[in-house]
Write a protein that binds this ligand. Sequence first.
Ligand code: NDP
Ligand SMILES: O=C1OC[C@@H](O)[C@H](O)[C@H]1O
Length: 383
Amino acid sequence: MASIHPMVLRWGIISTGSIAAQFSTDLLIDPKTRNVHDITHKITAVGSRTLPKAQEFIDTVLGGDKSIKAYGDYEEIWKDDEVDVIYIGTPHTHHYSPSYSALNFGKKHVLCEKPVTSNLAELQYLIKPAKLNGLFFMEAMWTRFLPLSLEVKKISDGLDGDWDLGLPLSVHADLSGDFNIHNIPKTHRILDPVLGGGALLDLGPYPLVWTIMALYEHPAFVNTNNDGISVKGSMLKTLPSLGGVDCNTSFVLNFQSKPSSSTPSRFAAQATLSCSINTESLDPGVTIRYERGMIKVAAPIYVPKSFSVVQYDGEKKIVKEEKREFEYVGRGMHYQADEVARCIRDGKTESSLWGHEKSLFEMWVFDEVCREYEFPPGVEKVT
Ligand SMILES: NC(=O)C1=CN([C@@H]2O[C@H](COP(=O)(O)OP(=O)(O)OC[C@H]3O[C@@H](n4cnc5c(N)ncnc54)[C@H](OP(=O)(O)O)[C@@H]3O)[C@@H](O)[C@H]2O)C=CC1
Ligand SMILES: O=C1OC[C@@H](O)[C@H](O)[C@H]1O
């Protein structure tokens, strides 16, 4: 519905790397061109470790807009009264400190890149000041907000009247990328253990988000403090000369819950997930099998452009099939930004689609998978 006075959310951007540029570019798209009329986004400040980089980012990515302030450190961003919410796009192991300062000292809302922290303990420590200060805080799990994801979820949950696939039985999901690991500098964030290098923390969030959508959030899965969920992981690491980070990681999650009054069948499903930094993704990147059908999501699973669904009869004969394709204005990172704006406007401290509980679950899973991996001393700020 059109609003006469769209709420203007003022963003401060922390860091000037590749994803900060992509996210900021999506923020610049006029929401009206996306048929969004109730909120709008304005970047008011950019903070970098060096002032020239902040200014260069404004000049090259943000069209040289003179109204945007450039800062030569991150602290100035959370001190700025013209910033409502801070976007953090630093490497994984540098998510905790700026998030903590913004929430605790700056009393600013925060959207922080994935993985939200290096471990579960760090995340638990961030949620405390967020709650205490009544601030919105979310991991930038943009995939959860894509229109494609919302449609897959409706079918998967049995809420699309045209489809009746039954309960999910299994998820297979992979996100990989050939980062050319033998030829990039050892200081690249994908290899450097100090920056949280390796496959799991960088790519693992995406196979997991599809599992969370299909299984963890399924209306028939009754979750009692994760009691019905088990995790096992296996990591193949790079040679020490390449940092010794995880190169190929697989993890399996079992979800089981007893029948409830609303769901007479027992919920039992397995997710088999993988991520690699030395090879391409599998395509389709996600396959979800159900009692009476299957959904396949095309790679890349962080921003898929199509999915297909089939439904079977009792003899496993296909009775119905469909492929749906999607196009997004920009990269598609604005859907999560719109969610942030609406939550803040409505006084919410977390999103109902990707709230603290889901990020806590993600970091718990990663801690379990990482049992055989140790960060260099001092990298984890809370243990
Ligand atoms: N949602 C998505 O699709 C994607 C998310 N990401 C996430 O975003 C984060 C950043 O990734 P990406 O943009 O590719 O990384 P880049 O290396 O391109 O950028 C990271 C930026 O962080 C800042 N920074 C702060 N401390 C350090 C440090 N010690 N070493 C290096 N840079 C530092 C730098 O900005 P400055 O010098 O200005 O301070 C740098 O430009 C990761 O956590 C990743 O998981 C990445 C890609 C896609
Ligand atoms: O979030 C991400 O998605 C795309 C990948 O290429 C990137 O490394 C990762 O950080």
